[in-house]
Design a protein around this ligand. Structure first.
Ligand code: G3P
Length: 228
Protein backbone atom coordinates (compact mmCIF):
# COMPACT_ATOMS: atom_id res chain seq x y z
CA UNK A 1 0.00 0.00 0.00
CA UNK A 2 1.34 3.46 -0.87
CA UNK A 3 2.26 5.94 1.78
CA UNK A 4 0.68 9.16 0.59
CA UNK A 5 3.38 11.39 2.08
CA UNK A 6 5.76 10.02 -0.53
CA UNK A 7 3.65 11.63 -3.22
CA UNK A 8 4.42 15.24 -2.45
CA UNK A 9 4.70 17.42 -5.54
CA UNK A 10 6.61 18.00 -7.68
CA UNK A 11 6.91 14.43 -8.90
CA UNK A 12 9.04 12.77 -11.56
CA UNK A 13 7.80 9.55 -13.19
CA UNK A 14 10.30 7.78 -15.42
CA UNK A 15 8.66 5.50 -18.00
CA UNK A 16 11.24 2.80 -18.80
CA UNK A 17 9.31 1.75 -21.97
CA UNK A 18 11.24 -1.04 -23.76
CA UNK A 19 14.59 0.60 -24.35
CA UNK A 20 17.51 -1.82 -23.90
CA UNK A 21 19.08 0.80 -21.64
CA UNK A 22 16.11 0.37 -19.26
CA UNK A 23 15.49 -3.38 -19.55
CA UNK A 24 16.64 -6.34 -17.45
CA UNK A 25 19.80 -5.65 -15.43
CA UNK A 26 19.88 -2.12 -16.90
CA UNK A 27 16.39 -1.53 -15.49
CA UNK A 28 17.69 -2.28 -12.02
CA UNK A 29 20.66 0.07 -12.44
CA UNK A 30 18.36 2.81 -13.72
CA UNK A 31 15.97 2.31 -10.79
CA UNK A 32 18.91 2.63 -8.39
CA UNK A 33 19.98 5.86 -10.13
CA UNK A 34 16.42 7.15 -9.78
CA UNK A 35 16.30 6.19 -6.12
CA UNK A 36 19.59 7.84 -5.38
CA UNK A 37 18.70 11.05 -7.33
CA UNK A 38 15.42 11.17 -5.43
CA UNK A 39 17.17 10.85 -2.07
CA UNK A 40 19.76 13.48 -2.98
CA UNK A 41 17.28 16.02 -4.34
CA UNK A 42 14.34 15.36 -2.02
CA UNK A 43 12.07 15.13 -5.09
CA UNK A 44 9.62 12.22 -5.40
CA UNK A 45 10.89 9.95 -8.18
CA UNK A 46 8.86 6.99 -9.43
CA UNK A 47 9.87 4.18 -11.81
CA UNK A 48 7.63 2.58 -14.42
CA UNK A 49 9.55 -0.48 -15.66
CA UNK A 50 8.38 -3.35 -17.84
CA UNK A 51 6.27 -5.94 -16.01
CA UNK A 52 9.09 -8.50 -16.23
CA UNK A 53 11.44 -6.19 -14.30
CA UNK A 54 9.10 -5.21 -11.48
CA UNK A 55 10.00 -7.99 -9.08
CA UNK A 56 13.79 -7.55 -9.36
CA UNK A 57 13.49 -3.79 -8.78
CA UNK A 58 11.10 -4.26 -5.86
CA UNK A 59 13.52 -6.75 -4.37
CA UNK A 60 16.53 -4.41 -4.43
CA UNK A 61 15.16 -0.88 -4.03
CA UNK A 62 12.45 0.91 -2.12
CA UNK A 63 11.45 3.15 -5.00
CA UNK A 64 7.77 3.61 -5.91
CA UNK A 65 6.86 1.38 -8.87
CA UNK A 66 4.15 1.78 -11.50
CA UNK A 67 3.42 -0.84 -14.12
CA UNK A 68 3.23 0.51 -17.67
CA UNK A 69 -0.17 -1.04 -18.35
CA UNK A 70 -2.76 -3.36 -16.81
CA UNK A 71 -5.08 -5.46 -18.95
CA UNK A 72 -8.84 -5.26 -18.26
CA UNK A 73 -9.17 -8.99 -17.59
CA UNK A 74 -10.16 -11.39 -14.83
CA UNK A 75 -7.90 -14.26 -13.70
CA UNK A 76 -8.07 -17.22 -16.09
CA UNK A 77 -7.36 -17.85 -19.75
CA UNK A 78 -5.64 -14.69 -20.99
CA UNK A 79 -2.26 -15.77 -22.36
CA UNK A 80 0.25 -12.94 -22.58
CA UNK A 81 -1.76 -10.47 -20.53
CA UNK A 82 -0.78 -8.32 -17.52
CA UNK A 83 -3.11 -9.33 -14.68
CA UNK A 84 -3.75 -6.74 -11.94
CA UNK A 85 -3.54 -9.32 -9.13
CA UNK A 86 -0.10 -10.56 -10.26
CA UNK A 87 1.33 -7.07 -10.57
CA UNK A 88 -0.03 -6.22 -7.13
CA UNK A 89 1.50 -9.36 -5.64
CA UNK A 90 4.86 -8.43 -7.18
CA UNK A 91 4.88 -5.02 -5.54
CA UNK A 92 3.45 -2.33 -7.79
CA UNK A 93 2.36 0.93 -6.16
CA UNK A 94 0.15 1.77 -9.13
CA UNK A 95 0.13 1.96 -12.91
CA UNK A 96 0.28 4.13 -15.99
CA UNK A 97 -2.86 3.66 -18.07
CA UNK A 98 -3.74 4.59 -21.65
CA UNK A 99 -0.23 5.61 -22.71
CA UNK A 100 -0.17 6.76 -26.36
CA UNK A 101 1.91 3.66 -27.10
CA UNK A 102 -0.69 1.43 -25.34
CA UNK A 103 -4.10 3.03 -25.79
CA UNK A 104 -7.14 1.64 -23.97
CA UNK A 105 -10.92 1.95 -24.32
CA UNK A 106 -12.57 4.41 -21.93
CA UNK A 107 -14.59 1.74 -20.10
CA UNK A 108 -11.41 -0.30 -19.54
CA UNK A 109 -9.49 2.71 -18.21
CA UNK A 110 -12.39 3.25 -15.81
CA UNK A 111 -12.38 -0.39 -14.67
CA UNK A 112 -8.65 -0.46 -13.92
CA UNK A 113 -8.64 3.00 -12.31
CA UNK A 114 -11.38 1.79 -9.96
CA UNK A 115 -9.34 -1.32 -9.06
CA UNK A 116 -6.30 0.84 -8.32
CA UNK A 117 -8.36 3.28 -6.26
CA UNK A 118 -9.98 0.47 -4.27
CA UNK A 119 -6.49 -0.72 -3.34
CA UNK A 120 -5.27 2.83 -2.61
CA UNK A 121 -2.75 2.59 -5.43
CA UNK A 122 -1.53 5.31 -7.81
CA UNK A 123 -3.35 5.68 -11.12
CA UNK A 124 -1.78 7.81 -13.84
CA UNK A 125 -4.00 8.12 -16.90
CA UNK A 126 -2.21 9.47 -19.96
CA UNK A 127 -4.04 11.83 -22.29
CA UNK A 128 -3.20 13.25 -25.70
CA UNK A 129 -5.11 16.56 -25.64
CA UNK A 130 -7.23 18.78 -23.39
CA UNK A 131 -10.48 16.90 -24.08
CA UNK A 132 -9.04 13.52 -23.14
CA UNK A 133 -7.43 15.11 -20.07
CA UNK A 134 -10.93 16.15 -19.00
CA UNK A 135 -12.40 12.70 -19.72
CA UNK A 136 -9.56 11.11 -17.76
CA UNK A 137 -10.09 13.48 -14.79
CA UNK A 138 -13.72 12.42 -14.55
CA UNK A 139 -12.55 8.87 -13.78
CA UNK A 140 -10.95 10.10 -10.55
CA UNK A 141 -7.33 8.98 -11.00
CA UNK A 142 -4.38 10.17 -8.92
CA UNK A 143 -2.78 11.82 -11.99
CA UNK A 144 -3.64 12.81 -15.53
CA UNK A 145 -0.48 13.01 -17.64
CA UNK A 146 -0.86 15.10 -20.78
CA UNK A 147 1.51 13.96 -23.54
CA UNK A 148 1.01 15.18 -27.14
CA UNK A 149 2.00 12.03 -29.09
CA UNK A 150 3.73 13.93 -31.87
CA UNK A 151 6.34 15.23 -29.39
CA UNK A 152 7.07 11.91 -27.66
CA UNK A 153 10.68 10.84 -28.13
CA UNK A 154 11.58 13.97 -30.13
CA UNK A 155 13.49 15.90 -27.47
CA UNK A 156 11.20 18.88 -28.20
CA UNK A 157 9.66 19.68 -24.80
CA UNK A 158 5.88 19.94 -24.56
CA UNK A 159 6.34 22.73 -22.01
CA UNK A 160 7.96 24.87 -24.73
CA UNK A 161 6.32 23.57 -27.91
CA UNK A 162 2.70 23.27 -26.74
CA UNK A 163 2.35 25.16 -23.44
CA UNK A 164 -1.34 25.80 -24.16
CA UNK A 165 -2.07 22.05 -23.98
CA UNK A 166 -0.50 21.85 -20.52
CA UNK A 167 -2.21 25.01 -19.25
CA UNK A 168 -5.52 23.95 -20.82
CA UNK A 169 -5.31 20.52 -19.18
CA UNK A 170 -4.49 22.03 -15.78
CA UNK A 171 -7.35 24.54 -15.97
CA UNK A 172 -9.99 22.11 -17.24
CA UNK A 173 -8.99 19.13 -15.09
CA UNK A 174 -9.31 21.40 -12.07
CA UNK A 175 -12.88 22.26 -13.13
CA UNK A 176 -13.78 18.56 -13.42
CA UNK A 177 -12.00 17.23 -10.35
CA UNK A 178 -9.80 19.41 -8.16
CA UNK A 179 -8.21 16.39 -6.46
CA UNK A 180 -6.56 15.18 -9.67
CA UNK A 181 -2.97 16.29 -10.24
CA UNK A 182 -1.80 17.06 -13.76
CA UNK A 183 1.60 15.95 -15.04
CA UNK A 184 3.01 16.63 -18.48
CA UNK A 185 5.37 14.72 -20.71
CA UNK A 186 6.93 14.40 -24.17
CA UNK A 187 10.37 15.71 -24.98
CA UNK A 188 11.12 16.75 -21.38
CA UNK A 189 14.76 16.32 -20.40
CA UNK A 190 16.34 19.41 -18.82
CA UNK A 191 15.93 21.49 -15.69
CA UNK A 192 14.54 24.31 -17.82
CA UNK A 193 11.89 21.98 -19.35
CA UNK A 194 10.72 20.85 -15.93
CA UNK A 195 10.74 24.37 -14.46
CA UNK A 196 8.55 25.53 -17.36
CA UNK A 197 6.17 22.60 -16.80
CA UNK A 198 5.77 23.60 -13.15
CA UNK A 199 5.22 27.26 -14.12
CA UNK A 200 2.40 26.12 -16.44
CA UNK A 201 0.69 24.49 -13.45
CA UNK A 202 1.82 20.87 -13.83
CA UNK A 203 2.69 19.08 -10.59
CA UNK A 204 5.45 17.09 -12.23
CA UNK A 205 6.60 15.29 -15.34
CA UNK A 206 6.34 11.89 -17.01
CA UNK A 207 9.40 11.30 -19.16
CA UNK A 208 11.58 8.66 -20.78
CA UNK A 209 14.25 9.02 -23.49
CA UNK A 210 15.96 12.19 -22.21
CA UNK A 211 16.96 10.32 -19.05
CA UNK A 212 17.16 6.73 -20.30
CA UNK A 213 19.47 7.65 -23.20
CA UNK A 214 21.63 10.04 -21.15
CA UNK A 215 25.29 9.08 -20.60
CA UNK A 216 24.73 9.46 -16.86
CA UNK A 217 21.01 9.07 -15.95
CA UNK A 218 21.53 10.10 -12.32
CA UNK A 219 23.23 13.36 -13.35
CA UNK A 220 20.45 13.94 -15.92
CA UNK A 221 17.82 13.45 -13.20
CA UNK A 222 19.58 15.87 -10.87
CA UNK A 223 19.76 18.42 -13.70
CA UNK A 224 16.04 17.85 -14.40
CA UNK A 225 15.08 18.96 -10.89
CA UNK A 226 17.81 21.60 -10.47
CA UNK A 227 15.66 24.62 -11.33
CA UNK A 228 12.54 24.01 -9.25
O1 G3P B 1 5.67 8.34 -20.95
C1 G3P B 1 6.70 9.22 -21.22
C2 G3P B 1 6.78 9.58 -22.64
O2 G3P B 1 5.89 9.08 -23.53
C3 G3P B 1 7.59 10.71 -23.05
O3 G3P B 1 8.66 10.14 -23.74
O4 G3P B 1 10.92 10.03 -24.57
O5 G3P B 1 9.53 12.06 -25.00
O6 G3P B 1 10.38 11.61 -22.70
P1 G3P B 1 9.93 11.03 -24.01
Amino acid sequence: MIQLYKLKSPIVILNFKTYLESSGENALNLAKALESAGEESGITMVASPQAADIYRIKDETSILLLSQHIDPISPGGNTGANLFETLLDNGIDGSLLNHSEKRMELADIDLITQKLNENQLISCICSNNVSTSMAAASLNPTFVAIEPPELIGTGIPVSKAEPEVVEGSVKNVRKINKDVKVLCGAGISTGEDMAQAIELGAEGVLLASGIIKADNPKEALLDLVSKI
